[in-house]
Design a protein around this ligand. Sequence first.
Ligand SMILES: O=C(O)CCC(=O)C(=O)O
Ligand SMILES: [Fe+2]
Length: 341
Amino acid sequence: METLVSSWYIGEPTMPEKYAWPPGVRPGNQRDAPVSKALPIIDLSKADGPGREDVIHQIIQASQEFGFFQVINHGVSTLHDAMGMCKEFFEMPIEDRKSVYSTDINQAVRLYTSGFNYETEDYHYWRDILRLPATPLEEYLPFWPPKPAQFRDIVGEFSQETKKLGSKLLELISEGLGLKPDYFGGKRSEWQMVIVNRYPPCPEPKLALGTHKHSDPNLLSILYQGDVYGLQFFKDGECYGIEPILDAFVINIAWQLQIISNGKLISSEHRAVTNPTKPRTTFGLFIAPSKDCVIGPAEELVTATSPPRYKTDTYSSFSDTFAALHGTTEEVEEAFKYVSQ
Ligand SMILES: O=C(O)CCC(=O)C(=O)O
Ligand SMILES: [Fe+2]
């Protein structure tokens, strides 16, 4: 428990050495990178009426160009209550969070700090993290935090609502790609996990990182970042902030969507920076295929003029390689590129 930043940091003006990332990786002046005004904020309520085609067009454009977009009128009614629960969880005394804390990387429901394996890291992230598997929800819910008293009810309901939002987005994406509407149903989106990130105020935000530059290995990530700046993405070597919007979700195209779309949609690199004065709490639903699901470029998208760019393999094999690689987009591309027989 003593490793959790939210348990030991009491406002000193400096950080332990292991939180200062080396030059080139640390954010420096890019900590304050301006928000991208080009990233669209898409009104999802229009997808149910005559504006559907336009919504699909905006989603596909943004997924091709940025790998990110925001959505409003998304239908998740528990959003603000769930944020309240997540903040309350991290503000409770340590004793009340003990039951979910673990250093065992194999424990499914888990509160821990920094990266997946604190012991083996050269540098630490200024972040605590709560992982809450949600498939099937009834099976995992008894292991979710017992406090605050309404946590399981509200965050559980949030996971169900966000799952529906995910299905809706995947349906719009499949329509936009020219795939059948239920292409992403079943095993391709079977596994879901709620992740809550807590970035306490940081005394040296130009040196620290909430998470390093990475792309998400799963299918689709639906993230809520509240009203505190901190999420940044990279495009053509430039760094941009993603505007925190109180009622919007940030949608991130993850690697499996890049592979299925044969590279049409992109999984962009992004990171989280810290804030000097405000704690930042973010949470969301990470949707992935089941482990045994076979993923590759959709047959409908592979043609003579658009040959396969990626190989076909199980999600389990993909995620193992991805985790071992811990690499840049170029390295991931290289590991998964199609090789003709
Ligand atoms: O908290 C954030 O702003 C980003 C988190 C993120 O990128 C992730 O959990 O994959
Ligand atoms: Fe991410």
